[in-house]
Design a protein around this ligand. Structure first.
Ligand code: C5P
Length: 255
């Protein structure tokens, strides 16, 4: 059982551009069932009750998402909700929000606003594993597709197709990882310090924090994720998210 803990902070990264959604808006501002993607994400964090403080990284200069956060802060005085300007990469946004959380949190959960419908239970599973002694925890689901690696075609084959199969990966071992990812705060801060001065192209390659822990030799524990924690990236994802929300409404089946 999880309870709100003063020692747990949650970072929500919401500073992405959302270019692939094609709305001409930062992704976290895109409407989903009448609210912003960020509002849905924040609701999941707050309802999970795992943290006493939340820091949200928003696009630099953004005011609309800051207002969403201020609205949540007014409704939930029990949680300290702050905002910071995000950076050019996801890793830079996480680093900015880590500074924004300030001292005092000994465990930190990092969550993508784009995984707006992550059920509160997933936050609780991650927080529980940290409380039980894990230094790094990620939610994961099994991979149902058959995954193959590709290599460029050469010679006459290139006229047929640009790539061909190199190998088939053993699916049994594969896991698709989600957020929130939970960490010992000192280990996360140390990993981010080691990124200072990284070239932008290299920073773009840091697609999650667990990668940094793996590089540091810290065991990353897996807890069950959720199909509902899909990352909203394309128009199709947005349509799926709308359908999931409609199915959550208790009166949907009653006409
Ligand atoms: O771009 P991608 O979908 O991988 O982004 C994952 C999460 O990281 C999103 O919630 C996005 O808002 C956030 N992000 C960020 N700052 C960036 C890039 C992405 O906060 N510069």
């Amino acid at each position: 059982m999880s309870t709100a803990q003063a020692s747990v902070g949650v970072i929500v990264v919401a500073a992405g551009s959302g270019t692939r959604l094609g709305y001409g808006l930062p992704k976290a501002q895109v409407p989903l069932a009448g609210e912003t993607i960020l509002a849905h994400a924040l609701r999941g964090v707050v309802e999970s009750g795992v943290a006493a403080r939340i820091c949200v990284a928003v696009p630099a200069g953004d005011t609309a998402l800051r207002q969403v956060c201020a609205g949540f802060a007014a409704q939930h005085p029990e949680v300290d909700i702050s905002t910071v300007d995000g950076g050019a990469s996801r890793a830079a946004s996480v680093a900015a929000a880590l500074r924004g959380l300030g001292e005092g949190a000994t465990r930190v959960l990092v969550h993508d606003a784009a995984r707006a419908l992550t059920p509160p239970e997933v936050f609780q599973r991650v927080a529980d594993a940290l409380a039980a002694g894990a230094r790094a925890v990620v939610p994961a689901v099994a991979v149902v597709d058959t995954i193959k690696t590709a290599t460029p075609s050469t010679g006459a084959e290139a006229d047929i197709a640009p790539e061909k199969v190199a190998a088939t990966v053993d699916r049994v071992q594969l896991r698709a990882v989600q957020t929130p990812q939970g960490f010992d705060a000192a280990a996360l801060a140390q990993a981010h310090q080691s990124l200072a001065g990284l070239a932008p192209a290299e920073a773009d390659g840091i697609t999650d924090e667990a990668l940094l822990m793996e590089r540091s030799g810290i065991d990353v524990m897996l807890v069950p994720g959720s199909a509902q924690a899909l990352k909203i990236t394309t128009q199709l994802d947005l349509a799926v998210a709308e359908a999931l929300l409609a199915a959550r409404q208790p009166n949907t089946m009653e006409g």
